[in-house]
Design a protein. Structure first.
Length: 181
């Protein structure tokens, strides 16, 4: 009999683990969910909050990401939340993704149309827009980004690999916000 362990993730810490045996089915009321807080405490679905010494410490994407989660006022899982986690220098109340360039200009940040590692890329699609963090730039103008809420993926990740931001499936005008030196 084979087994599978399913781990749901929320942000950067394992939220719930469940082992299933082949041909087993499970419903939501057959197990309780455990939520880790700061890798030291847990909360289970029965309402108990306790120190957990059995879970190993979870790896984080980066110290910057972990240290800035608590100061991030954007809705968890949205592109704005992911951008603020990855670029803690970004403003705390810049609005929807498409509003970020105008908000950054008002806050004194430089903006432009040239991709740069460490910059934020902003698409204005006419509704909410989208924002992501640039992690790599190729000579031909293709970029790689880390982002949240791309195609419904609310965790921060690189979902596109190398792509041309001007011909991407994210519509709208493209601009970049550069961190202050």
């Amino acid at each position: 009999m084979t087994s599978k362990t399913l781990i749901a993730t929320f942000g950067f810490t394992a939220v719930s683990a469940l082992t299933l045996m082949a041909n087993d089915t499970v419903s939501a009321d057959q197990y309780s969910s455990n939520y880790s807080y700061n890798d030291n405490y847990s909360y289970n679905s029965y309402g108990n909050f306790y120190q957990d010494t059995t879970w190993p410490s979870q790896p984080s994407i980066s110290q910057v990401a972990v240290s800035n989660i608590s100061s991030n006022g954007y809705p968890v899982g949205q592109c704005t939340w992911g951008a603020k986690v990855l670029a803690p220098w970004a403003g705390s109340y810049w609005g929807n993704g498409g509003d970020w360039t105008a908000s950054a200009v008002a806050a004194g940040f430089a903006t432009g149309t040239t991709p740069q590692v460490g910059a934020l890329i902003v698409w204005t699609d006419g509704r909410y827009g989208h924002v992501a963090y640039v992690t790599d730039v190729a000579a031909d103008g293709q970029i790689q980004v880390m982002e949240a809420n791309y195609n419904g993926n609310q965790a921060i990740g690189n979902y596109r690999g190398w792509f041309n931001p001007l011909a991407s499936d994210t519509p709208g005008m493209v601009s970049y916000i550069y961190p202050n030196a």
